[in-house]
Design a protein around this ligand. Sequence first.
Ligand code: ZN
Length: 184
Amino acid sequence: MVMTTSASVPTGSESAIGREGTVTDRLVEANAEYAAAFTDPGMDARPVQRVAVVACMDARLDLHAALGLHLGDCHTIRNAGGVVTDDVIRSLTISQRALGTRSIALIHHTGCGLESLTEEFRHELEMEVGQRPAWAVESFRDVDQDVRQSMKRVRTSPFLLHTGDVRGFVFDVRTGLLREVDPA
Ligand SMILES: [Zn+2]
């Protein structure tokens, strides 16, 4: 997996707009079809399964399908790596204290882009744009260890009400299987 801080990723109009419009135009069209078939499930905002799932944003991880989740079942909190940042703690805190979730599942995966980055990425960004980002890259070498660290960050957060059911997993993008990581 190649990541770059430079402008070498195609962003021009030729690559983004084809004969049938931009990808976002297609999303909007797909939504019109979705809405046409949609019926109001009459739910409130509290997740039915009382669970929050923190996962990597990886495109190969279809969380609902992989976990047998349905509309309204869970909160899904996703970012690069599925790492437990302050903002993830913010979302989990609201999830538990305002919206009644009780369980937390943390999901990393095989072949994550974060494994090929280092904190050097921040330095490269600073060299390019003249400003160092305030955030950590949160890159990692050992996915199991990073899941363990994520579990620890959740369990030791003073803001969360429920830390008795926190479990961590690695999703295999080749087999679709979850493997649980021993917290110890
Ligand atoms: Zn990933």
